[in-house]
Design a protein around this ligand. Structure first.
Ligand code: TRP
Length: 445
């Protein structure tokens, strides 16, 4: 069975070298591993929480999409999409909002930080806090749960959100799963070591420190940023300590072992900082030349990116649409026109209706028919989508005397349009089989 890896990128900024080496490059590499299904998306709904400048949102979405594509993401293999193209995510957000406890969300770091800051400033605790900020973890839970992701690579600051997704998903499973796991429990994967590429001043490279190295700007701008890397004041000829130089750390992130060994030895032998910067520049400029060219090519063809992302949304919705349908039904948002449904449904009848239980497993969408005692009577085949399973399950519940039940030796099966759609276990005696048949008829009566 394959592992589903999913991560989102909030579209509020322009990716810099640290984002590229720390998150984008490893994610692209991970998406090429066998038995991994990757879901990478632009978290543009999350961006709206932090940013109310439409032009900036739009620019960032384009730049981030182009960066991933330029970095070599195989978008045919991975599922690459914009969050805002998947309406199922917002719909699921509401279903989850209805089971997420407010107390849980009160504890979210981002919200708490705002409250603390307000209180320290003598303001109302919720001053400037939108419902978007408060509900941020619920939206993120929907991102993760709608695709039943197993692994979620994130920075340390996001681990709490993944844990909340588990909490909320578990609660939903408990309330509506009828003993089945509707949602898979996701696990956060922390990209600690790679995420800490130093910036110009040696602190973690981050836009908030204003210490970033641009990723796909011109060679000239790259050179100018590198010239601003802070070093100690050792003169040319004086031995330098590579282990205490973030210039060397940056060099390491982009070079092979042989290059690293040479650079290390040369610094220890007194290589001038100016020359070391020149080497770093040459290294980066060479390595980024090709993706930079691809980046600018993509940026000049937004229609091509639009097509790629639209195709990604179609692929993602093939999973999200039937799954959301199943979730809607689980909470009671069902069609009024279930054939045979009695709208004056008494409690007793409602109980009977629940004797057909839908669920999803590795092979697809299924339902099982339970006896009045809750024992399994029949298990359906795996349907490719929720709709197919739904049609068959409705047929089973509404066909009445027309239902094609067959008995072959000591096994029962149900047939529809010449196909066996559900089967019982093999019973050990004719009596048991006859009893099961009677149970089945009464369960479906
Ligand atoms: N909140 C994440 C961040 O700011 C981005 C994100 C949104 C995300 N939805 C997600 C990450 C789902 C992982 C899974 O970094």
């Amino acid at each position: 069975m394959s592992t589903r890896v999913l991560t989102g990128i909030t579209t509020t900024g322009t990716p810099h070298l640290g984002n590229y080496a720390g998150a984008i490059r490893p994610a692209i590499a991970a998406s090429q591993v066998d038995n991994v299904e990757s879901f990478y998306f632009l978290a543009d709904y999350h961006a709206l929480i932090k940013c109310d400048d439409p032009a900036r949102i739009q620019r960032s979405r384009l730049e981030i999409a182009a960066t991933w594509l330029a970095g070599g993401l195989d978008y045919e293999r991975a599922t690459f999409y914009r969050q805002s193209d998947i309406p199922e995510i917002t719909e699921l957000t509401w279903l989850l909002t209805c089971v997420a406890s407010k107390g849980l969300l009160n504890r979210a770091h981002a919200y708490k930080a705002s409250v603390d800051q307000n209180e320290a400033g003598g303001l109302d605790p919720d001053a400037g806090v939108t419902m978007g900020l408060f509900s941020y973890p619920v939206l993120m839970a929907a991102d993760i749960l709608i695709f039943n992701a197993n692994k979620v690579p994130v920075g340390r600051d996001q681990v709490q959100h993944v844990e909340m997704a588990r909490d909320i998903g578990q609660r939903f499973n408990h309330l509506f799963g009828q003993g089945k796991e509707l949602f898979t429990m996701p696990q956060a994967v922390i990209e600690e070591d790679v995420a800490t590429l130093p910036g110009l001043d040696g602190r973690k490279m981050s836009k908030s420190y204003d210490n970033t190295i641009p990723l796909f700007s011109s060679s000239k701008e790259l050179k100018s940023a590198i010239s601003r890397i802070v070093t100690d004041s050792k003169l040319p000829g004086e031995p330098k300590d590579p282990n205490n130089s973030h210039l060397f750390t940056l060099y390491q992130a982009f070079s092979n072992h042989a290059e690293q060994a040479t650079m290390r030895a040369d610094l220890e032998a007194g290589l001038a900082w100016g020359d070391a910067k020149q080497r770093l520049f040459t290294l980066l400029d060479e390595q980024l030349a090709e993706p930079r060219e691809r980046y600018h090519a993509f940026m000049s063809k937004p229609d091509e990116m639009e097509d790629i992302l639209q195709a990604g949304a179609i692929k993602a919705r093939k999973i999200a649409t039937p799954f959301l349908q199943e979730l809607r039904e689980a909470v009671g948002l069902r069609s009024f026109v279930v054939p045979g449904a009695d709208l004056t449904t008494s409690k007793k009848k409602a109980k009977k209706a629940s004797r057909v239980v839908s669920f999803k497993d590795d092979e697809g969408f299924r339902f099982r028919i339970l006896s009045s005692k809750g024992e399994d009577l029949l298990l359906s085949k795996a349907f490719a989508d929720g709709r197919g399973a739904g049609v068959a399950s409705k047929h089973v519940q509404s066909a009445g005397d027309d239902l094609d039940i067959r008995q072959v030796e000591q096994q029962l099966s149900i047939w529809l349009d010449g196909e066996c759609i559900a089967q019982s276990a093999q019973y050990s005696s004719d009596e048991l089989c006859a009893e099961a048949l009677a149970e089945l008829r009464s369960a479906l009566a």
